[in-house]
Ligand binder design. Structure first.
Ligand code: SF4
Length: 685
């Protein structure tokens, strides 16, 4: 029954939190959501959900929920009407846009639905005409996405259905703590193990995942690419090279591997040579080995090159593109896959088109009723955009993201945001970024809006509206249209209904690499579908990576990875940051959820604590070249003695210590996972 009905009803929708996108049923009584129950019909999780999914209702009517626009007056954010809010937008942005549209930046999120992703990109380029739009996915899987695009011309995180994991005979998880970040995937890992597969976790920490995997290589943070080159060296020695297909760059990649014999690899990765050799033998003997990367391998200033090294290994040993084998990236954010396809990336147009490609520009210009010349060129990537606030960027519009917590060099970024003339934040809870804003616009939460999301296996699914946003909060897509109208650019932003927007979005992907044009609300109501889906009457595409690729000549191009040398120094300590099972991203939702407790501590090895005179519960100050923070100590033998771990979900902690200026030259990714750090006892607890 319809939204607004008092009759008890069920709405089947997808969890908002991570890229698995578990389906569940939302139970409503008297039009209020009262319960979430998993469904066995979920094509991904088959009736399991994690604690975050089950607790998702508590955010929905949290007392902090934003229910009215807030405008900064005399230093305070005070409630105002939508009319006053839009008058502010008009007054703030119109002169800037007239003088230099690129002075207005737009910052999106990998948690937005596909339709909002599309509309945000259209808003930036058609209404604002700014080059400077990017999004927080730059801090997620951007390195893996970039490496896949450079190699095979497009990027679907997993080129096969998740269930294929159960058929692999070797799964190598590289910097992916699935048990805490994507728990339902553990069922596929367990299925593979039950069939006799070996599962390796490559991680500086003996995570929950590593314990279930059974095989753990506790390598130095950032050295994953060296490990891959060492494996390629041995595969070459052992006659295991049989590329998946002809490709450009094979010779150079194979030649480079000669420099990585086992002794060098063991030294640089900081692991016993025997453990490395055991992994190499397992890889050589497997018929269907699968390498899966997570943020541990990807979030480095050499993240793209690390993924190139792993991808090259899978390609050259003949496993890339095979069902259940080869290489995949485990996208993390709620719509991390769809969010990177439809135009909120600074160099991208809908359907994973390139803003640099004249044909792609012409196709989208025709749809939007402008000329190709009207579309801006690519602008700044996420961290560059934040770093330019207060100088090149005078106003920033943020939708559903909290860079004050999630960006590298959070202290520096906070200063940049404070230096803006105008910071307009659209969100549903007062994130740390929203509290700095000059204008806050109350948006919609997951079950207050319709749309589609695309999970980590490229599966497009329905998000269904169950309730209306509270108070004066509005659906985000309507707010974006309001903003376009406020700056006098209403053409193209006059959708009568959400369905009009959605239909345009599907059409906009036609002919793109991520082609959804065969989809419709009706088709998705019947079943999810894996892209590309170019024909309404045709099938979807469970297996994306065919032997020919959407490149100029249909061939892949392998790239020689440029990796730093890792020197063992017993005295130096490396800070690595990451995620906890009970929290999601910058914690705006999950830190407010009483059902999702987690401790923000500095995790270190007993030897490290002893050497610094620390014990569990003591306060320790961590210092890097970029900032310092003080936290309680927790001690675990399951971490390398040269590594300290901080979760990044809280403000004023982990990302105060990371570097906002050194970025991956290909993906724009900062080095979240490896920062030199020193420890200083603060005071006894
Ligand atoms: Fe599923 Fe992820 Fe939601 Fe947990 S957070 S219920 S794994 S979609």
């Amino acid at each position: 029954s319809a939204v607004g009905s008092a009759v008890p009803r069920l709405v089947r929708t997808t969890c908002p939190y991570c890229a698995v996108q578990c389906n569940f049923d939302l139970h409503l009584e008297n039009n209020l959501p009262v319960k979430i129950t998993p469904t066995k019909e979920c094509p991904v999780a088959h009736g399991t959900v994690c604690k975050k999914g089950l607790a998702a209702l508590s955010d929905l009517r949290h007392p902090d929920r934003l229910i009215t626009p807030l405008l900064r007056k005399n230093g305070e954010l005070v409630p105002v009407s939508w009319a006053e809010a839009m008058a502010y937008v008009r007054g703030a942005l119109t002169p800037l846009l007239a003088a230099n549209p690129d002075a207005v930046g737009v910052y999106g999120s990998g948690s937005l639905t596909n339709e909002k992703t599309y509309l945000l990109g259209k808003f930036a380029r058609l209404a604002l005409r700014t080059a400077n739009i990017d999004y927080n996915g730059r801090y997620c899987m951007a390195s893996a996405s970039t490496a896949l695009n450079r190699t095979v011309g497009y990027d679907r995180g997993l080129g096969f259905p998740l269930s294929d994991l159960g058929t692999s005979d070797l799964i190598v998880l590289v910097g992916a703590n699935i048990a805490e970040t994507l728990p339902p995937i553990m069922q596929y890992l367990k299925a593979a193990k039950d069939r006799g597969a070996l599962v390796y976790a490559i991680d500086p920490r003996a995570t929950t995942t590593a314990k279930v995997a059974g095989k753990h290589l506790g390598i130095r943070p950032g050295s994953d690419g060296v490990l891959a080159l060492g494996l390629l060296y041995l595969m070459k020695q052992w006659g295991k090279i049989r590329p998946t297909a002809t490709a450009h760059g094979l010779t150079g990649v194979l030649w480079q591997a000669d420099d990585y014999p086992p002794a060098r690899v063991a030294h640089e990765c900081g692991i016993p040579e025997g453990e490395f050799m055991a992994l190499a033998h397992a890889y050589a003997n497997a018929t269907k080995p699968l390498i899966l990367t997570g943020r541990g391998a990807e979030q480095h200033a050499h993240g793209t090159d690390t993924v190139h090294a792993l991808l090259n290994l899978a390609f050259l040993t003949g496993h890339f593109g095979k069902p259940g084998g080869g290489y995949g990236t485990l996208t993390g954010q709620g719509n991390g896959q769809g969010g990177r396809e439809h135009g909120q990336k600074t160099d991208q147009l809908p359907g994973a088109r390139s803003l640099r490609d004249p044909r792609h520009r012409a196709e989208i210009a025709a749809l939007w009723g402008c000329t190709p010349a009207d579309l801006p060129q690519p602008g700044k990537s996420a961290q560059e955009l934040l770093n330019a606030c207060g100088t090149d960027i005078e106003a920033l519009i943020v939708l559903g993201s909290n860079p004050v917590v999630s960006a590298a060099g959070a202290g520096y970024v906070t200063g940049r945001l404070r230096a803006l003339k105008h910071l307009i934040v659209i969100d549903f809870l007062p994130s740390e970024t929203a509290t700095l804003a000059t204008l806050v616009l109350p948006g919609s939460m997951w079950c207050e809006e319709e749309g589609t999301t695309t999970n980590l296996e490229g599966r497009v699914q329905c998000r269904r509206k169950a309730v209306t946003p509270p108070g004066a909060a509005r659906e985000d897509w309507r707010i974006l249209c309001d903003l376009a109208h406020a700056v006098g650019r209403s053409g193209g932003f006059e959708y009568a209904t959400f369905r009009d927007l959605q239909d345009e979005f599907f059409r906009a992907t036609r002919g793109g690499k991520a082609d959804y044009s065969g989809l419709s609300a009706e088709r998705l109501d019947r079943a999810s579908a894996q892209w590309p889906v170019p024909h309404a009457a045709g099938p979807d595409t469970p297996y994306a990576y065919a032997p020919t690729y959407p490149t100029a000549d249909g061939l892949a191009t392998l790239h020689v990875p440029m990796l730093p040398a890792f020197a063992a120094s017993p005295r130096s300590l490396t800070l690595t940051t990451g995620r906890l099972g009970n929290q999601y991203q910058s914690g705006t939702q999950t830190r407010r959820n009483a059902g999702l407790r987690a401790d923000n501590t500095a995790q270190m090895h007993p030897e490290t604590a002893r050497a610094t005179g620390l014990k569990a519960g003591d306060s320790v100050t961590l210092r890097t070249a970029h900032g310092s923070t003080t936290l309680p100590v927790s001690i675990t033998p399951g971490i390398r003695p040269d590594t300290v771990f901080l979760p990044f979900h809280w403000p004023d902690t982990a990302n105060l210590l990371t570097d906002p200026h050194t970025l991956d030259p290909h993906s724009g990714m900062p080095a979240f996972k490896a920062t030199p750090v020193t420890l200083h006892p603060a005071h006894a607890a």
